[in-house]
Design a protein around this ligand. Sequence first.
Ligand code: IMP
Ligand code: MG
Length: 180
Amino acid sequence: MSILAPDARITVLIDENQLGARVRELAGEIVAAMGPNPLLIPVLKGSFIFAADLLRALHLAGAVPDMDFISLSSYGADKVSRGEVVILRDTEAEIAGRDVLIVDDILESGRTLAFAKDLMVARRAKSVMTCVLLNKSGKLAVQMSADFVGFECPDKFVIGYGMDVAHAYRQLPFVGAVED
Ligand code: IMP
Ligand code: MG
């Protein structure tokens, strides 16, 4: 338990230094694979802090990235997954001809990332790659893997670094797990 954790029920899984170091590595991998002008499309809301750090790390890695946003949900109001992804807020940028990097917080069933990737392919992106901060392996419901993965994630509900439980804890500078 870190003294940064504000709540006795939260365990730090990945601290600020580990996040920063891995984000810088990811930026190098992304520039090597995609070239200097990726269009980042973070999937809101959970990926917004990761994407902001990644954008600045891409600058330090010599890239000139662009950024737009999409908001997707696979859950109804009752928080039960319907297994169907809907667009809550769409992108604004012209996608055709761009090197698109979809950025998400967690790859779990794979439905969200697969939906976003299919959408950008249908909009005739020149290339589409995917980057997730965390990979929850063993949970896939569709065939999907991310091109860039920050960390493998234990089978726990995680919060912090942009991710929430019931609208709480997005502001934490580390990735933590809520213990019951
Ligand atoms: P998928 O479509 O099942 O891959 O769902 C991935 C999405 O579920 C992520 O973008 C998150 O928004 C959400 N999610 C899955 N696991 C967690 C978690 O442990 N904490 C917070 N959000 C999660
Ligand atoms: Mg999400």
